[in-house]
Design a binder for this molecule. Structure first.
Ligand code: T46
Length: 133
């Protein structure tokens, strides 16, 4: 499936703790315009259920784990995320659903654009129509 890629980021582990780096030229592939975090995730819940039209994003699971289910209108793949050294790069019209959150799951998302509700496709039938055209 096109429209996603897993990126490796440097991780410096020590007895005292772990440091991860997200830097232009070393994994970051766009100028970051916005960062948001998703915390206090309910293990029984799901989120997402939408696609974007233009937005590029890199999702990093800073703590705990979860699963991203990606759908390009033809096939679906499950991507487990569980490390601050792994970024899930998403671009173009990819329907995403997030699930299987552990209670300590913390997600950080870096994007190439400021928030725009007009970039969201929140209806699955509209998404299917847009990817067909
Ligand atoms: C995505 C997945 C991975 C804002 O006002 N500004 C923001 O920058 C964002 C991201 C959200 N919001 C508002 C919009 C909603 O009223 O926060 C509320 C929750 O957003 P949403 O239901 O879209 O959250 P998720 O977790 O389903 O999806 C989010 C991102 O919106 C989305 O771009 O790809 O994380």
């Amino acid at each position: 499936m096109a429209g996603f890629e897993l990126i490796s980021f440097p991780l410096y582990e020590a007895e005292s703790g772990t440091l991860s780096v997200y830097e232009q030229g070393a994994g970051l592939r766009f100028d970051v315009k916005r960062v948001y975090c998703i915390t206090q995730l309910n293990p029984g819940s799901t989120r997402g259920h939408h696609a974007h039209r233009e937005l590029q994003q890199i999702v990093v699971c800073l703590s705990g784990s979860c699963v991203f289910t990606l759908d390009d209108g033809t096939e679906r793949v499950d991507i487990p995320l569980s490390s601050p050294s792994t970024g899930l790069y998403l671009s173009g019209r990819i329907w995403r659903e997030m699930s299987e959150f552990t209670s300590n799951c913390v997600l950080m998302v870096m994007t190439d654009a400021v928030y725009s509700e007009a970039d969201y496709i929140r209806d699955y039938e509209t998404f299917l129509e847009e990817v067909k055209n």
